[in-house]
Design a binder for this molecule. Structure first.
Ligand code: 13P
Ligand code: SF4
Length: 303
């Protein structure tokens, strides 16, 4: 079926079923085009918590759909491709977190939303890349454990007096770009500013004019006086960047920054799961209740 026709059919089905389509910035352009809400992990979790729709179709990865399910248990959450996971989220298991807590008794745990529901359930509070510093500073005590992203933990540590003890996880997409690559791109584009995601490693974030979430990078690109922007984030972000600032030039910090699981979801998948009500994401109540506390604490700390 032709793209435009399929997009119209999906929009029609969403209306008919009182469903909403939440889409992350790393999704394919044709999926981004028909979103009810297109956003970063934080904006999407806020919307998932407050929407009046009966059904949420999540064009993103598994932990995002799980968070929607945790925050809105009375709604049906569909994940168009059930195998769309996040390799970073898989870098800590509940058992590993239990052992990490045992090694650091009494220290509060901040879990990045890029984690499983079972890991969130063992955490005191969650965070996203846009509120990590606020979340850490909202806690009592002078030490925190941060899982699973070590790069995000080290980045946040630069903006708090607390000691941030990182887990050893990393996003394979953002960790991939090196300072050598960024310096080479900067040398080719001496007028350009550099914006990157805090999931990049410390040598890379040290070279940036702006570090922030995907929504933060899009906002920075709109506001900067520079007309050329080097971007250290997943390739999908170029679609909203060009849409928001068509007069500017965006240059990838590396051509290798593609999240394969984010790219799995197609328009066909969205149509099919909504039509057949397939791939319903569920979280058992004994996990959902403590995980929802950690997510709701994050939402409160971000107000
Ligand atoms: P944000 O949506 O918070 O920018 O995070 C990016 C990401 O890697 C999501 O998987
Ligand atoms: Fe996970 Fe990185 Fe892909 Fe985001 S970009 S879903 S953190 S692997």
């Amino acid at each position: 079926m032709e793209k435009g026709t399929l997009q119209k059919r999906i929009r029609g089905l969403l209306k008919e079923k009182n469903a909403i389509l939440l889409v992350h910035y790393y999704q394919r352009g044709e999926v981004q085009e028909i979103a009810d809400l297109l956003g970063d992990s934080f904006a999407l979790s806020v919307e998932a918590a407050k929407t009046g729709a009966d059904i949420i179709v999540f064009a993103g990865v598994h932990f995002m759909a799980e968070s929607a399910c945790i925050l809105s248990p009375q709604k049906t959450v569909l994940l168009p491709r059930p195998e769309a996971g996040c390799p970073l989220a898989d870098m800590i298991t509940p058992g590993e977190l239990a052992a990490f807590k045992k090694e650091n008794p009494g220290v509060q745990v901040v879990s990045y939303v890029n984690s499983s529901a079972a890991v969130k359930a063992q955490s005191d509070i969650c965070c996203t890349s846009s509120n990590v510093v606020k979340v850490i500073n909202s806690l009592e005590g002078d030490r925190v454990l941060m899982v699973p992203d070590g790069n995000l933990a080290r980045y946040a540590a630069g903006f708090t007096r607390k000691e941030v003890i990182p887990w050893k996880g990393y996003c394979p997409v953002h960790h991939l770009v090196t300072a050598v690559e960024v310096r080479a791109v900067k040398a080719k584009h001496p007028q350009a500013v550099f914006a990157c995601h805090p999931e990049c490693n410390q040598e890379v974030t040290a070279l940036a004019d702006y570090v922030g979430s995907t929504a933060g990078i899009i906002q920075f690109a709109k506001e900067t006086k520079a007309s050329e922007i080097i971007v250290g984030s997943e390739q999908g972000i170029f679609f909203p960047l060009k849409k928001a600032s068509p007069e500017k030039t965006f240059i990838p910090a590396s051509d290798k920054m593609i999240c394969e699981t984010m790219k799995l979801t197609t328009l066909d998948d969205i149509y099919r799961v909504l039509d057949r009500m397939e791939n319903v994401v569920t979280v058992p109540e004994d996990v959902r209740v403590p995980a929802s506390l950690a997510l709701r604490r994050m939402l409160e700390a971000s107000e």
